[in-house]
Design a protein around this ligand. Structure first.
Ligand code: NI
Length: 187
């Protein structure tokens, strides 16, 4: 099956969509009082995925992977819907982003993660790459206000992600495992 690297034009359309959708959103950094624009997270996840794609250029549909990376939080965190994504980017992208979206009607964070991981496993491997890249990015130094208990839970959740999705990409999974180990420095 001939697969492609990503198209810069396809990247740009998704980036514009995410920029508007996440407009005004920020998250806390490890520095007290500092807020970071949400786009920083999206760019970091896209970068992790693109790094993985360059290592294995013939194994993935780069456009699907990059679009899902850039758009991975729009259903969960913005007013955009599955239908919006399907109309603009097609069903494969919308299905990928839907699988990457937590079902917040489930009672616990663990249940939400297990459910999302099961849905990701039913998606093409490109979607798995996004979840691996997302957690690699999120294992950077945590916000200064996170308590020890939350950091422990977050690392345990990362281990669940690794267990479920590591077959998708050897190097990306290894990178996640290193970040999980290194996270102890923040305890
Ligand atoms: Ni994310």
């Amino acid at each position: 099956m001939p697969l492609s690297p990503w198209s810069p034009d396809i990247f740009a359309v998704a980036w514009d969509f995410a920029t508007l959708a996440h407009e005004g959103q920020t998250y806390g950094s490890h520095q007290p009082g500092e807020r970071i624009t949400y786009l920083n997270h999206l760019g970091s996840v896209a970068m992790e995925v693109m790094w993985a794609l360059t290592l294995t250029p013939d194994e993935f549909d780069g456009n699907l992977a990059v679009q899902c990376a850039i758009l991975h939080d729009v259903i969960e965190d913005t007013d955009s819907t599955y239908a919006d994504l399907a109309a603009q980017f097609g069903e494969a992208v919308a299905n990928g982003v839907q699988a990457l979206t937590k079902d917040e009607t489930l009672p616990t964070k663990t249940a939400q993660m297990q459910d999302s991981l099961q849905r990701i496993q039913q998606q093409p491997r490109e979607v798995w790459l996004v979840k691996l890249g997302d957690r690699i990015t999120n294992l950077a130094e945590p916000p200064y206000y996170w308590k020890l208990e939350k950091k422990h839970a977050y690392r345990a959740e990362a281990q669940m992600i690794y267990q479920a999705l590591h077959p998708a990409h050897r190097a990306l999974a290894q990178r996640l495992q290193h970040k999980i180990q290194a996270y102890e420095q923040y305890f």
